[in-house]
Design a protein around this ligand. Structure first.
Ligand SMILES: [Zn+2]
Length: 243
């Protein structure tokens, strides 16, 4: 491969990595959104539970109150009938009913109080949960807008990169391009690796002297025996690592 072809290949890879980054980001988006939404929906559910509890407690509180009122009315009504008692049997029946109405009043009162307690508890919790929901909503909105900004930025880079690919593609020999595309399809980044200290910089495999020579001469494309990546020689890279 000529130095121009090598540079074209490297330039294409740089652009492709930008395209891939956006593709990767897009694939991860549903998961990222889920991560943002999950804590929010937990607080939302909690608020719904407290609201349901409050509604139930309010209802039950009213129900026992009404029952107690009608129990008291019955009590008063029976009381007025006291004057009309004619014998012992009627008196015992009267007393029994009065007794059972009193017991029922106690039990209704007790149940009513339990529901008032639950109602008060829910009333206290509701503003606290509502506040937490507001905070969670604010945080989620911030995270969503951060994510949207990142997506927009990566898309901008992606679109810009995809417009720049064509001239590089035109400079790469078709067989090399075909092989490169297969590597890209397999997603093993980087697809092109520069030889450093006699080894493939993709996987670290040390090339035998003969191969190293071939890569250096650049008469044909050489791939790594171990990882398959396209091997290229760049004089400036050798200097950098002290060759
Ligand atoms: Zn390798």
């Amino acid at each position: 491969m000529t130095p121009e072809e090598i540079e074209a290949l490297i330039a294409l890879q740089e652009l492709d990595l930008k395209l891939l980054e956006f593709e990767k980001h897009q694939a991860a988006q549903p998961r990222l959104i889920e991560e943002i939404e999950a804590p929010l929906s937990l607080v939302r559910q909690e608020k719904e539970r407290v609201e349901a509890e409050l509604a139930l407690a309010r209802n039950q509180h009213r129900h026992f109150e009404t029952e107690l009122v009608s129990n008291n009315e019955r009590f008063k009504k029976i009381q007025t009938q006291q004057m009309g008692i004619r014998n012992q049997i009627e008196f015992e029946a009267f007393q029994n009913e009065m007794e059972s109405l009193k017991e029922r009043a106690d039990s209704l009162e007790e149940s009513g109080l339990k529901w008032i307690e639950r109602e008060d508890e829910a009333k206290t919790r509701l503003p606290e949960v509502a506040e937490r929901l507001k905070e969670a909503e604010k945080l989620a909105a911030e995270k969503r807008s951060e994510l949207d900004a990142k997506t927009a930025e990566l898309k901008r880079i992606h679109d810009e990169a995809s417009q720049l690919c064509a001239p590089h593609i035109a400079r790469i020999p078709p067989t090399v391009l075909g092989y490169y595309k297969r590597l890209r399809g397999a997603g093993k980044k980087p697809f092109v690796s520069i030889v450093k200290r006699g080894a493939c910089s993709g996987c670290g495999f040390r090339h035998p002297a003969q191969r190293l020579q071939e890569i250096r001469q650049g008469r044909r494309m050489v791939s790594c025996e171990q990882c398959g990546r396209i091997q290229i020689w760049r004089e400036q890279e050798q200097e950098k690592v002290g060759f």
